[in-house]
Ligand binder design. Sequence first.
Ligand SMILES: Nc1nc2c(ncn2[C@@H]2O[C@H](COP(=O)(O)OP(=O)(O)OP(=O)(O)O)[C@@H](O)[C@H]2O)c(=O)[nH]1
Ligand SMILES: [Mg+2]
Length: 312
Amino acid sequence: MALFDNINLEKLKAGLSKTKNKLVDRISETFTGKAQVDEELLEEIEEILISSDIGMDTTERIIENTRRSLKEKNSRDRDTFMQTLEEELIKILGKPTDLDEEINKIKSCKPFVLLIIGINGSGKTTTIGKLSSQFKNSGYDVIVGSADTFRAAANEQLEVWANRSKVKIIQSKTGADPSSVAFDTLQAAKQDNADIVIIDTAGRLHTKKNLMEELRKINNVLSKVFLYAPNEVYLVVDGNSGQNALIQAREFSKFTHISGLIVTKLDGTAKGGILFQICDELKIPVKFIGVGEGIDDLQPFVPENYVKALFS
Ligand SMILES: Nc1nc2c(ncn2[C@@H]2O[C@H](COP(=O)(O)OP(=O)(O)OP(=O)(O)O)[C@@H](O)[C@H]2O)c(=O)[nH]1
Ligand SMILES: [Mg+2]
């Protein structure tokens, strides 16, 4: 099976239904009894975008670009407006995750090392389970390391996912130094000649300095074993956290380079608008999105699919 062959637009549509209600359906409704978009309507639509977690600055940009584009098209009718808004929303989200590029990166280093970080409960361990399964099913030899030595149940939780994905797991006792588990995992990968290593970490609040310093230490240990490691540092943020997701990204960036974001729990939230603000304001690409608790519920981030699911 090729990597992320399971991309499923229907699943994305179902997952984003609450965001669609809050965002696109409400915009559609503003047209009731009107055939054209006028300034008053535009203002109303602007309000809807802001209240859908898109944020003030990003909303202004979207509205400005839409206004300009409508002028170029010399049309203000409902269908042209909706289509133009759709185009502008896709543009704001930027480039899609290029799977060929991801595969080339993975092939360039053996083992390819991913470090997964984020605040408590954001979905790190679940996402590692989903990623492991994808990699494993695509023929890669994967080892996961449980550097969450903070919570007693953390090992067991990652172990369940490792068993489901049929990948090897390296773990240590609760209370052990997370850096040493990271070290042991890389050593095991060296010995086994594994293709991919994924390191799970304890949830840490970006406001707790000592926990954030620990991340730096884990990073240093990884690069002691392989100079190039980690290849990727993914920050996992909960889609429900709204504006907080941006704050978390900025704070974590102070302690480690973040190469990509994974936004989870986009199913069941009406706050999916936050993606537009994240993509517009942060310089970090969104790589994957979580749309459920199941093993196949992780998708590469493709702006066009995301917006199409909202407008479907
Ligand atoms: N609906 C939904 N639930 C998710 C998704 N991703 C994770 N979850 C759920 O979120 C909860 C927390 O997930 P974990 O993977 O344990 O989060 P974590 O970041 O590892 O948590 P800590 O290790 O405690 O910091 C679990 O109940 C998951 O099933 C998603 O995309 N959609
Ligand atoms: Mg966890």
